[in-house]
Ligand binder design. Structure first.
Ligand SMILES: Nc1ncnc2c1ncn2[C@@H]1O[C@H](COP(=O)(O)OP(=O)(O)OP(=O)(O)O)[C@@H](O)[C@H]1O
Ligand SMILES: [Mg+2]
Length: 221
Protein backbone atom coordinates (compact mmCIF):
# COMPACT_ATOMS: atom_id res chain seq x y z
CA UNK A 1 0.00 0.00 0.00
CA UNK A 2 2.85 2.32 0.83
CA UNK A 3 6.23 2.40 -0.78
CA UNK A 4 9.15 4.70 -0.11
CA UNK A 5 11.57 4.81 -3.00
CA UNK A 6 15.09 6.08 -2.48
CA UNK A 7 14.09 8.84 -0.10
CA UNK A 8 16.87 11.30 0.72
CA UNK A 9 16.66 14.29 3.00
CA UNK A 10 19.30 16.59 4.44
CA UNK A 11 19.29 19.79 6.45
CA UNK A 12 21.95 22.40 5.88
CA UNK A 13 23.37 22.40 9.43
CA UNK A 14 22.92 18.74 10.14
CA UNK A 15 23.78 17.16 6.78
CA UNK A 16 22.25 13.93 5.53
CA UNK A 17 19.39 12.58 7.63
CA UNK A 18 17.81 10.03 5.29
CA UNK A 19 19.80 8.52 2.45
CA UNK A 20 18.29 6.44 -0.36
CA UNK A 21 15.84 4.97 2.10
CA UNK A 22 13.52 2.26 0.79
CA UNK A 23 10.51 0.80 2.56
CA UNK A 24 7.47 -1.23 1.59
CA UNK A 25 4.51 -1.49 3.94
CA UNK A 26 1.68 -3.84 3.05
CA UNK A 27 -1.97 -3.27 3.93
CA UNK A 28 -2.63 -4.23 7.52
CA UNK A 29 1.04 -4.41 8.55
CA UNK A 30 2.16 -3.05 11.90
CA UNK A 31 5.64 -1.59 11.81
CA UNK A 32 7.84 -0.24 14.59
CA UNK A 33 10.73 2.04 13.72
CA UNK A 34 13.30 2.60 16.44
CA UNK A 35 16.57 4.46 16.39
CA UNK A 36 18.58 6.92 18.42
CA UNK A 37 17.46 10.48 19.01
CA UNK A 38 18.24 12.56 15.94
CA UNK A 39 18.36 9.56 13.59
CA UNK A 40 15.51 10.93 11.50
CA UNK A 41 12.42 9.09 12.74
CA UNK A 42 10.20 12.17 12.89
CA UNK A 43 11.57 13.35 9.56
CA UNK A 44 10.59 9.99 8.07
CA UNK A 45 7.07 10.05 9.50
CA UNK A 46 6.56 13.64 8.35
CA UNK A 47 7.63 12.73 4.82
CA UNK A 48 5.24 9.76 4.71
CA UNK A 49 2.45 12.04 5.96
CA UNK A 50 3.35 14.77 3.43
CA UNK A 51 3.95 17.24 6.25
CA UNK A 52 7.48 17.50 4.85
CA UNK A 53 9.05 16.65 1.51
CA UNK A 54 12.13 14.64 0.60
CA UNK A 55 14.96 16.20 -1.43
CA UNK A 56 14.71 13.24 -3.77
CA UNK A 57 12.85 9.95 -4.00
CA UNK A 58 9.15 9.31 -3.86
CA UNK A 59 6.40 8.20 -1.52
CA UNK A 60 3.93 6.02 -3.40
CA UNK A 61 0.62 5.44 -1.67
CA UNK A 62 -1.72 2.94 -3.34
CA UNK A 63 -0.04 3.47 -6.66
CA UNK A 64 -0.04 7.28 -6.52
CA UNK A 65 2.89 9.54 -5.88
CA UNK A 66 2.31 11.59 -2.75
CA UNK A 67 5.33 13.84 -3.32
CA UNK A 68 4.03 15.49 -6.47
CA UNK A 69 0.79 16.73 -4.89
CA UNK A 70 0.16 20.45 -4.48
CA UNK A 71 -0.83 21.88 -1.07
CA UNK A 72 -4.58 21.30 -1.51
CA UNK A 73 -4.10 17.81 -2.88
CA UNK A 74 -1.77 16.78 -0.10
CA UNK A 75 -4.20 18.10 2.52
CA UNK A 76 -6.92 15.99 0.90
CA UNK A 77 -4.58 13.00 0.73
CA UNK A 78 -3.82 13.31 4.44
CA UNK A 79 -7.40 13.81 5.41
CA UNK A 80 -8.64 10.86 3.41
CA UNK A 81 -5.93 8.35 4.17
CA UNK A 82 -3.84 9.15 7.19
CA UNK A 83 -4.37 9.47 10.91
CA UNK A 84 -1.68 11.08 13.07
CA UNK A 85 -0.82 10.61 16.71
CA UNK A 86 2.06 12.66 18.09
CA UNK A 87 3.89 12.62 21.39
CA UNK A 88 1.94 15.56 22.75
CA UNK A 89 -1.79 15.43 22.44
CA UNK A 90 -2.30 18.75 20.61
CA UNK A 91 -5.93 19.04 21.67
CA UNK A 92 -7.45 22.50 21.33
CA UNK A 93 -7.96 23.86 24.87
CA UNK A 94 -11.22 25.71 24.20
CA UNK A 95 -13.01 22.73 22.68
CA UNK A 96 -14.49 19.77 24.58
CA UNK A 97 -13.21 16.25 24.08
CA UNK A 98 -16.05 15.46 21.71
CA UNK A 99 -15.56 18.68 19.74
CA UNK A 100 -11.83 17.98 19.44
CA UNK A 101 -12.61 14.51 18.14
CA UNK A 102 -15.09 15.79 15.55
CA UNK A 103 -12.76 18.53 14.33
CA UNK A 104 -11.23 16.60 11.39
CA UNK A 105 -14.73 16.12 9.96
CA UNK A 106 -14.93 19.84 9.25
CA UNK A 107 -11.76 19.70 7.21
CA UNK A 108 -12.95 16.83 5.07
CA UNK A 109 -14.95 17.08 1.95
CA UNK A 110 -17.80 14.64 2.68
CA UNK A 111 -21.55 14.38 2.10
CA UNK A 112 -24.01 15.08 4.92
CA UNK A 113 -24.96 11.41 5.22
CA UNK A 114 -21.30 10.42 5.55
CA UNK A 115 -20.78 13.20 8.09
CA UNK A 116 -23.65 11.88 10.22
CA UNK A 117 -22.34 8.34 9.90
CA UNK A 118 -18.86 9.36 11.06
CA UNK A 119 -20.33 11.32 13.95
CA UNK A 120 -22.15 8.20 15.04
CA UNK A 121 -19.00 6.21 14.53
CA UNK A 122 -17.18 8.65 16.83
CA UNK A 123 -19.44 7.65 19.72
CA UNK A 124 -18.71 3.98 19.05
CA UNK A 125 -14.98 4.66 18.92
CA UNK A 126 -15.08 6.69 22.14
CA UNK A 127 -16.79 3.77 23.84
CA UNK A 128 -14.36 1.28 22.34
CA UNK A 129 -11.38 3.27 23.54
CA UNK A 130 -12.94 3.87 26.95
CA UNK A 131 -13.28 7.65 26.91
CA UNK A 132 -17.03 8.11 26.41
CA UNK A 133 -17.44 9.59 29.91
CA UNK A 134 -14.99 12.37 29.02
CA UNK A 135 -17.10 13.65 26.15
CA UNK A 136 -18.06 17.04 27.64
CA UNK A 137 -14.77 17.72 29.44
CA UNK A 138 -12.11 20.17 28.36
CA UNK A 139 -8.51 19.05 27.80
CA UNK A 140 -7.31 20.64 31.07
CA UNK A 141 -9.82 18.46 32.95
CA UNK A 142 -8.43 15.13 31.75
CA UNK A 143 -5.16 13.26 32.35
CA UNK A 144 -2.30 12.90 29.86
CA UNK A 145 -3.15 9.25 29.27
CA UNK A 146 -6.78 10.11 28.61
CA UNK A 147 -5.78 12.96 26.31
CA UNK A 148 -3.65 10.58 24.27
CA UNK A 149 -6.61 8.20 23.91
CA UNK A 150 -8.74 11.17 22.77
CA UNK A 151 -6.08 11.91 20.16
CA UNK A 152 -6.29 8.32 18.99
CA UNK A 153 -10.05 8.55 18.48
CA UNK A 154 -9.57 11.85 16.63
CA UNK A 155 -6.97 10.21 14.40
CA UNK A 156 -9.45 7.45 13.53
CA UNK A 157 -12.51 9.59 12.89
CA UNK A 158 -11.99 9.94 9.14
CA UNK A 159 -11.40 6.20 8.82
CA UNK A 160 -7.79 6.40 7.69
CA UNK A 161 -6.13 3.35 6.17
CA UNK A 162 -2.76 4.31 7.64
CA UNK A 163 -2.06 5.46 11.17
CA UNK A 164 1.25 7.24 11.80
CA UNK A 165 2.27 7.50 15.43
CA UNK A 166 5.36 9.45 16.47
CA UNK A 167 6.42 8.49 19.99
CA UNK A 168 2.75 8.15 21.06
CA UNK A 169 3.60 6.92 24.54
CA UNK A 170 6.55 9.29 25.02
CA UNK A 171 4.86 11.50 27.58
CA UNK A 172 2.92 8.76 29.40
CA UNK A 173 3.66 6.75 32.54
CA UNK A 174 4.11 2.98 32.22
CA UNK A 175 0.48 2.12 32.96
CA UNK A 176 -0.96 4.57 30.44
CA UNK A 177 1.70 3.68 27.89
CA UNK A 178 0.65 0.04 28.24
CA UNK A 179 -3.03 0.89 27.68
CA UNK A 180 -2.25 2.93 24.57
CA UNK A 181 0.09 0.26 23.16
CA UNK A 182 -2.59 -2.37 23.60
CA UNK A 183 -5.21 -0.16 21.92
CA UNK A 184 -2.92 0.43 18.95
CA UNK A 185 -2.36 -3.31 18.55
CA UNK A 186 -6.09 -4.03 18.80
CA UNK A 187 -6.99 -1.35 16.28
CA UNK A 188 -4.45 -2.75 13.86
CA UNK A 189 -5.84 -6.25 14.34
CA UNK A 190 -9.55 -5.49 14.43
CA UNK A 191 -9.86 -2.63 11.98
CA UNK A 192 -7.19 -3.82 9.57
CA UNK A 193 -5.59 -0.41 9.86
CA UNK A 194 -1.95 -0.20 8.76
CA UNK A 195 0.20 1.09 11.57
CA UNK A 196 3.60 2.75 11.59
CA UNK A 197 4.91 3.58 15.03
CA UNK A 198 8.11 5.44 15.72
CA UNK A 199 9.29 4.95 19.27
CA UNK A 200 12.09 4.63 21.82
CA UNK A 201 9.91 2.25 23.81
CA UNK A 202 10.89 -1.41 23.49
CA UNK A 203 7.55 -2.41 25.02
CA UNK A 204 5.54 -0.55 22.38
CA UNK A 205 7.77 -1.77 19.55
CA UNK A 206 7.50 -5.39 20.68
CA UNK A 207 3.76 -5.41 19.94
CA UNK A 208 4.33 -4.63 16.23
CA UNK A 209 4.81 -7.34 13.61
CA UNK A 210 7.73 -5.75 11.79
CA UNK A 211 10.71 -4.18 13.55
CA UNK A 212 13.01 -1.79 11.74
CA UNK A 213 15.89 0.32 12.92
CA UNK A 214 16.80 3.68 11.45
CA UNK A 215 20.56 3.88 11.23
CA UNK A 216 22.80 6.04 9.07
CA UNK A 217 19.84 7.27 7.06
CA UNK A 218 18.45 3.84 6.20
CA UNK A 219 16.09 1.26 7.62
CA UNK A 220 17.55 -2.07 8.63
CA UNK A 221 15.93 -5.21 10.01
N1 LIG B 1 13.36 21.51 10.11
C1 LIG B 1 14.63 21.16 10.41
N2 LIG B 1 15.66 21.99 10.15
C2 LIG B 1 16.94 21.62 10.43
N3 LIG B 1 17.27 20.45 10.98
C3 LIG B 1 16.29 19.59 11.27
C4 LIG B 1 14.91 19.89 11.01
N4 LIG B 1 14.16 18.82 11.39
C5 LIG B 1 15.02 17.92 11.88
N5 LIG B 1 16.31 18.35 11.80
C6 LIG B 1 17.50 17.60 12.20
O1 LIG B 1 17.46 16.34 11.55
C7 LIG B 1 17.87 15.30 12.43
C8 LIG B 1 16.76 14.27 12.56
O2 LIG B 1 15.69 14.83 13.31
P1 LIG B 1 14.41 14.00 13.70
O3 LIG B 1 13.52 14.92 14.44
O4 LIG B 1 13.85 13.35 12.50
O5 LIG B 1 15.02 12.87 14.66
P2 LIG B 1 14.29 11.80 15.55
O6 LIG B 1 14.87 10.46 15.21
O7 LIG B 1 12.82 11.96 15.43
O8 LIG B 1 14.77 12.18 17.03
P3 LIG B 1 13.98 12.02 18.43
O9 LIG B 1 14.07 10.56 18.78
O10 LIG B 1 14.77 12.86 19.36
O11 LIG B 1 12.58 12.50 18.25
C9 LIG B 1 18.24 15.99 13.73
O12 LIG B 1 19.65 16.15 13.75
C10 LIG B 1 17.53 17.31 13.67
O13 LIG B 1 18.21 18.29 14.38
MG1 LIG C 1 11.31 12.53 16.76
Amino acid sequence: MLELKKISKSYSQRGIVLENLDLVIKDGDSVAVTGPSGSGKTTLINIIGTLDYPDSGDVVFRGRSACSLNADESAAYRNRNIGFVFQDHLLLPHLTVRENILLPLFASDIETAEYEERKKNASGLMKRIGIESLSGKYPFQISGGEAQRVTLVRALINKPSLLLADEPTGSLDAANAGILAELLEEINREMGLTLLVVTHSAALASGMKIHLKLENGRLIN
